[in-house]
Design a protein around this ligand. Sequence first.
Ligand SMILES: Cc1ncc(COP(=O)(O)O)c(C=O)c1O
Length: 502
Amino acid sequence: MALARLYNRSLQRKSIFPHPFHLCRSLSTIMAPSATSSVTNGASKANTTSLIHRTPWTPPIAISAEGLYVTLEDNRRVLDAVGGAAVACIGASNLHVKQAIKDQLDRLPYVYSMQLSNEPAEKLAKVLTASGSGAFDLVGFVSGGSEAMEGVIKLARQYYEEIGQLQRKNFIARKLSYHGNTVATLALAYHPSRRAPYEAILDHDNFHHVSPAFAKRFQLPDETEEQYVLRLQKELEDKFIELGPDTVIGFVAETVVGASTGCCPAPKGYFKAMKEVCDKYGALFILDEVMSGMGRMGTLHAWESFGDGVAPDIQAVAKGLGGGYASIGAVLMNKRVADGLRGKSGFWKHGHTYQSHPLACAASLAVQEVIESDNLLENCRKQGAYLEKLLNERLRGPNALAAPYTFDVRGGGLFWGIEFDFTSPDARKVDLKGKAFAMEVQARALEKSLIIMGMTGGSNLAGDRGDHLMLCPAYNITKEEVEKIVDIFVASVEEVLQANFV
Ligand SMILES: Cc1ncc(COP(=O)(O)O)c(C=O)c1O
């Protein structure tokens, strides 16, 4: 079924979407093919749902999953090359994890964390404090990435409240960042299209933004990497001074940027330089590893490989912690922050009903055991390097159809972003007639039974230009699966190009 027809039917059905064009534009950043797309999105049964979806169409229903494959209601088996949204890190149906969840369910499904602690939460916290060469002293568990980042914001403020620096009330984050979809995390981050509908109710007083660390787009032609880093460091320091250095709570960044710019690592030396500024003014250095952490970059923490080895004062993790078997996120703090709390209240003044959920913690503990016992970080690095090689060969090789449009292949571990650009004067013209290339490729790949993630708007600060696609499969992916992903991905890219050549 053509997506345009489905989309229109969807809009008629759902009167809560009064502005189809506007909706289409903003949704293009959350995986939607454009309304004028000529390709299908595998959508199904438009009129039978009572569920409000995140897309203007009704997505196909998944019935079961095994390894990296998901079976849909029409019995189609699709290969998931993005692990949902960089979540599924050991694939589905792992026997060890399933058994751990069942055992925990039989033993103790739930306790309220203000009354009772539980064994899997205590054990999982120990696993995390033993990681990162002892960078972390205490851990708190919540139910996902946004909750973790909310917890980070509140923990950071609590720390200064406890140590008597009450004047600290400002956070500095970066443009083109994403830290979650709650009101506070949208204000902390700067993802233009996700913020847009809520701009009027976001806090603009306490959350401030500096430039992204995105060399391929924003490093100046006559600048070395080192000079670029120094420029960004100066900009951060200037922002501290503008706000009043002793009013800043912390600088917050994704170690490797995920959804907004597409698996974009910072230049070498960047995090060291940013931490120096934080240290100089007594502020906290905070990393969001919700997407890039827990092994995704080939090391348990992304900062160990892609953050100059600089451990943060506070860190959020989520997706790869539970690997999709559980809804979980975690806030990790170092000794400095933990001691600040210990010295006064001694507890985290933040909580949710499902904090430290025993089932979620048992599942996550088992996921982490599988990563360790099956040596999956090594496989992640190895298959990631192979994926990068194949992508470069097939997209940028001498006879590659996509070469003039492949702007960047970036990332690491099993976190890869492929950015396309259509502005090269020498390239054969492509007229997408208002459609977003990334979304067209995503939809075309799904027709070929491959799930990938297309995003738009990450290449300029206004967030209204740019097409990238993300590949972030599970860490236990095989060489054959890597090859299959690249085959279908490249075919999808080439077909969309061919369909739109002038
Ligand atoms: C860097 C980052 N932070 C926070 C979040 C929010 O996590 P969640 O969607 O689990 O709330 C995400 C989600 O993609 C993310 O990529």
